[in-house]
Design a binder for this molecule. Structure first.
Ligand code: FCB
Length: 454
């Protein structure tokens, strides 16, 4: 069986974070409010009333965090740019202090040999745009493209590849269908236009990035979907869920069309959101790579309530993370093989842009090490089967603000004390550092990793 040391030469090792989850400094240097500032200020939205106002104070402590990354020997760092730092009201002139922060971050990363991989939208929409309808309003896509061009003009001379959006599925469902995340709308299936407006934003921004000679990726949250039984009803439900979670966000990008959404009560115009020519805009710039965020598979059964064409089922006999997410490393192999079989030549090279787990462990986080190592072995299995996978960015470098769960879910290779802001590397930090070094030795020597390295 192939294992993680068999990942291809040139494979890029990284970590991932997001602005609202780590930066803090929400009122500093001209940053405007985002939907997450508004949402977290509302009682009852986030566990124990936690907010990202201070988070990991990365805005001030980023040199220390870069030092931690240097210690890991990373190739790349995936972070996100806070749109409200760049354009505090979503439109109008850029905020020089906001641009200057990311300018310093990029320069300091490059100085230690780490390639910055920015995400332009990781859910922190400027509140001013939400006040005008947010992602339910088509204009937001055009504002996003303008913002992308501003940032690319400033950083594009040093940053070769860009991720437009993070997990448009999760932002649509958690933020707009269920109301669990900002902006807190519970529109159920009326949230579907949010999918299209985000994909349109991707397409418009991708063209502007491409014009500037930059590589373009998008990070989708993807899950392999398994039916709870082989019954026709469970199979149909599983197919419906696969359409909503995966195909809705990948077919338009790779095939230039929306999947059949009749199970969700709409045609291919997503409640009238899709206008003639939009799919051409979405596909005008081929993706340089597809970012895959993988955490777990999903088991689906026939609906128990007529409002949705599926219901969730438990995956039996597997461990669970502190978050309660099932741990199924093989799911990653199956997902990647399924992507290859579904999209064939239309599938660009893949990069795992998030994968990791929250645990309640102390410094010796053996559960996390086991999670990461088994998932990397599963990735190597897919690579050995011919899937073109170029890199892996683990979620996350440091414990951070985990959205509706506040500071309760800890995903970091590095523990953060949220009172003192002290960073303490866990055992997984040393494990990841050693893995990266051993993989490099293996590639340089054409295959000889000693058992001691493993
Ligand atoms: C993903 C998000 C990321 C983080 C992880 C645990 O869905 O993209 O910000 O919260 O889950």
């Amino acid at each position: 069986m192939p294992d993680r040391y068999d990942l291809p030469a040139g494979f890029r090792w990284g970590v991932a974070t997001a602005a609202y989850q780590i930066e803090g400094a929400v009122d500093e240097d001209g940053r405007g409010p985002s939907i997450w500032d508004t949402f977290t200020a509302r009682p009852g939205t986030v566990r124990d009333g936690h907010t990202g106002a201070v988070a990991c104070d990365h805005y001030h402590r980023y040199p220390e965090d870069i030092e931690l990354m240097r210690g890991l020997g990373l190739d790349g760092y995936r972070f996100s740019i806070a749109w409200p730092r760049i354009r505090p009201t979503g439109a109008g002139p850029a905020n020089p202090a906001g641009l200057a922060f990311y300018d310093r971050l990029v320069d300091d990363l490059l100085a230690v040999g780490i390639t910055p991989l920015p995400t332009l939208f990781h859910w922190d929409l400027p509140q001013a745009l939400e006040d005008r309808g947010g992602w339910l309003n088509r204009d937001t896509a055009y504002h996003f493209a303008e913002y992308a061009a501003i940032v690319a003009d400033r950083l594009g001379d040093r940053v070769p590849a860009w991720i437009t959006l993070n997990e448009p599925f999760v932002h649509m469902v958690y933020g707009h269908a269920l109301g669990i995340h900002a902006p807190g709308h519970a529109l159920m299936l009326d949230a579907l236009p949010v999918a299209h407006h985000q994909l349109l934003a991707h397409g418009l921004a991708a063209s502007l990035l491409h014009e500037r000679g930059l590589d373009v990726l998008i990070s989708n949250n993807l899950t392999p979907v398994e039916p709870a039984s082989p019954s026709p009803a469970d199979l149909a439900a599983a197919e419906a869920y696969d359409t909503l979670h995966n195909r809705l966000f990948t077919d338009p990008l790779l095939l230039g069309r929306y999947p059949d959404l009749t199970a969700f009560g709409t045609g291919p115009d997503l409640h009238g959101a899709v206008r003639p020519g939009d799919l051409d805009l979405i596909t005008a710039t081929p993706l340089t790579g597809l970012g895959v965020n993988y955490y777990n598979p999903t088991r689906i059964a026939a609906p128990t309530d007529p409002s949705l064409p599926f219901t969730f089922a438990e995956i039996p006999d597997v461990p669970h993370t502190a978050f309660g997410w099932p741990v199924v490393p093989d799911g990653l192999t199956h997902l990647l093989l399924h992507l290859r079989d579904t999209y064939g030549k239309a599938l660009p090279p893949l990069t795992i842009t998030e994968n990791g787990c929250s645990t309640t462990e102390g410094p010796d986080d053996t559960f996390r090490i086991s999670y990461l190592s088994t998932h990397l072995d599963a990735l190597a299995t897919a690579a050995a089967e011919g899937v073109d996978v170029r890199g892996y960015y683990t979620w996350s470098l440091i414990d951070n603000f985990e959205w509706a769960e506040g500071y309760h879910q800890r995903f970091g290779l590095v523990h953060v004390d949220f009172v003192t802001q002290a960073r303490t590397p866990r055992a997984s930090y040393a494990w990841y550092r050693d893995l990266i070094a051993a993989h490099r030795v293996r590639c340089a020597t054409g295959g000889s990793v000693t058992s001691g390295d493993r």
